[in-house]
Design a protein around this ligand. Structure first.
Ligand code: ADP
Ligand code: MG
Length: 614
């Protein structure tokens, strides 16, 4: 009978071990992830050996992982029915730090090629994380090689380890941790369950905890799309999305270049931010070979895609050996760019394939796309393609893309015209719309308050400038014919300027009005109403900033103007009052009237005079 052998760790190994135990990992609970990953690797190797026809001890025992906790003893045990280790392998793999038996296994079977094996280990330090929480680690192991006996390996971390014959063990490895005083929580079932769920839910072998199966959801993102059933996608979504609804949209894709990525992304049915639940956090988790690297990974997607849920797995992540942090933030940025572009491309394609479904998405999530337009220059153009608006050329309720608008533009039209109005009826009644209706040029109706910022930031789409209708440099084809002579019209304009004084900039004859008597036009071509509001909020009492210097354009073909010109000569006081009212009416139409009190009392006086005449 052979007896117990004592082995010493080398001096530098002792040092390395100290680093692993005291400073490599940020969280103690990581040890569980590492030991389960090793067990999974052992199962994967067994499967490989079996499928490549090697004789295996206990061939009918399936590869599984079993975790047991014992609160009374203060222990936790991880057992697997994987390949196990021979005496030599125990010495080499567990007795030598920074030696990865898994990496050696890969090299041996593969040479330089990269076979399709889901192995996790590569650094050769994970096992030692057990000493963060254990005073003593015992590994009982029996190799899958039918001729090899079982061995028992024990170490207290310091100094070395002991190896003794293990007797008649079942195939695989059983690792028992005698927990330190301050780590007894890991002998509690509930604690261990939480940890396994967090890190190891997608290990492709069954994990049992005290006899109960834990990981029932598969890492379907790593499987071929064509083999996955709709129910599987949906139950996976319930699991990662914590949402009992079905997802609205789904993107499952694989990429090889520039990075190896497997991603499964979902758009939920509802926008949780509008449901009063506060700002959402991205719920896309980052995995490397099915092991969680970062839950709700920061920086994986831009902020404006924070409604996404799902999983991104990349085996190209240059993880540092503790896996918690990625060493390379430029790589994270690259990943972000690739993923974002891919998702936007998906939305674009989806909008072609299934416009109705896209519009459902759009009505729920358009604000995020607009936030992207405003904050993210990199993806602005792709985002511009995804915007949808009502249009003067389409029925109410129908939406168009900017791209389709551009396709419909007549050759002589050079710009994309948009009109900001709270709703379609207001847009159609807007004086700035009149010239477009008369010329039969299409105008997009923008009714979301955010659209003004979209116009300001997007500026150009498909090489065409986005122009607010009120700023359009556009005349009617036929000059409006009125009964006023050109001279009388000019005199009226002059009189109006004189009467209104500083309340207006210039008064001129309009070339764009059909039904309205007058309209105000911002004398600053680049200033929009929202910019004025912001300026005003910043400089509260600055009257000239907020209200002033609108030019007044008058439609001398309108009966009101003809009669005003006549009234001006009969009763200039009344005419002046009408002129003031006219200006205020224009301000109301443009959404710029600040204080209606003065206007109301003037209007009442005017009404009195109208009634007195009867
Ligand atoms: P890594 O997993 O990165 O290779 P570890 O320190 O976690 O490094 O493990 C070292 C080596 O020990 C592994 O590569 C593997 O060869 C061996 N090993 C660890 N746990 C087991 C196990 N449960 N069954 C079989 N071999 C194992
Ligand atoms: Mg490992």
């Amino acid at each position: 009978m052979s007896k117990t052998e004592s082995h010493q760790f080398q001096a530098e190994i002792q040092q390395l071990l100290n680093i692993v135990i005291h400073s490599l990992y940020t969280d103690k609970e990581i040890f569980m992830r590492e030991l389960i990953s090793n067990a999974a690797d052992a199962c994967e190797k067994l499967r490989f050996n079996q499928t490549s026809g090697k004789a295996v001890y206990q061939p009918d025992v399936a590869p599984v992982i079993d975790v047991t906790t014992d609160e009374k003893e203060g222990t936790v045990t991880i057992r697997d029915t994987g390949v196990g280790m021979t005496h030599g392998e125990l010495v080499e793999n567990l007795g030598t730090i920074a030696h990865s038996g898994t990496k050696a296994f890969l090299r041996q079977i593969a040479g330089d090629s990269k076979p399709d094996l889901g192995l996790i280990g590569q650094f050769g330090v994970g096992f030692y994380s057990a000493f963060m929480v254990a005073t003593r680690v015992t590994a009982l192991s029996r190799s899958a090689d039918p001729d090899q006996p079982g061995w028992s390996w024990t170490s207290e971390g310091m100094g070395g380890y002991e190896l003794a014959p293990g007797g008649d063990l079942p195939r695989g490895t059983q690792i028992t941790l005698k927990l330190k005083e301050d780590a007894l929580e890991f002998s509690k079932e509930a604690t261990v369950e939480g940890i396994i769920e967090r890190y190891s839910s997608f290990i492709p072998f069954p994990i049992q905890l005290n006899g109960r199966r834990l990981n029932t959801v598969q890492a379907i993102w790593a499987r071929n799309k064509n083999d996955i059933k709709e129910e599987e996608y949906n139950s996976f979504y319930t699991f990662v999305g914590h949402d009992h609804d079905q997802p609205l949209l789904r993107l499952h894709f694989t990429a090889d270049a520039p990075l190896a990525i497997q991603a499964l992304l979902f758009v939920p049915k509802r926008n949780f931010e509008t449901m009063g639940m506060g700002r959402m956090d991205s719920e896309v988790n980052l995995y490397c070979r099915k092991i969680l690297i970062q839950a709700k990974a920061k920086g994986l997607f831009p902020d404006w895609l924070r409604f996404l849920k799902g999983v991104v797995d990349s085996e190209d992540l240059p993880l540092n050996i503790s896996r918690e942090t990625m060493q390379d933030t430029t790589l994270m940025q690259k990943l972000n760019k690739v993923l974002t572009s891919r998702f936007l491309k998906f939305l674009d394609e989806h909008s072609e394939k299934d416009p109705a479904s896209y519009e459902t998405f759009y009505s729920e999530f358009q604000r995020y796309l607009k936030e992207g337009v405003v904050t993210d220059f990199t993806h602005q153009e792709a985002l511009g393609r995804l915007l949808r608006y009502e249009s003067s050329s389409l029925e109410a309720g129908k939406l168009t893309s900017l791209a389709d608008y551009v396709k419909r533009m007549p050759a002589e039209q050079k710009e994309i015209y948009v009109l900001l109005a709270p709703n379609r009826a207001a847009a159609e009644a807007n004086p700035y719309f009149e010239v477009f209706r008369a010329r039969k040029w299409e105008v997009l109706f923008l009714s979301d308050p955010w659209d003004e910022f979209v116009v300001e930031h997007l500026r150009v789409f498909g090489g065409k400038t986005l122009r607010l209708a009120e700023k359009a440099d556009l005349n009617l084809e036929d000059k409006p014919k009125g009964s006023l002579s050109e001279e009388a019209a000019k005199t009226l304009a002059g009189w109006l300027k004189q009467t209104l004084g500083d309340k207006v900039g210039e008064v001129r004859l309009s070339q764009r009005l059909v039904d309205s008597p007058a309209v105000i036009v911002d004398s600053d071509k680049h200033m929009t109403a929202s910019m004025r509001r912001i300026l005003k909020a910043m400089k509260q009492d600055s009257q000239e900033m907020a209200g002033a210097k609108h030019d007044l354009e008058i439609n001398v073909a309108h009966p009101l103007m003809t009669q005003l010109e006549a009234m001006r000569q009969e009763d200039s006081a009344l005419a002046a009052s009408v002129a003031e009212q006219l200006l205020d009416n224009c301000k109301v139409a443009a959404g710029l009237l600040e204080d209606p009190r003065q206007m109301v009392s003037r209007l009442n006086q005017l009404l009195e005079r109208v009634l007195a005449k009867k």
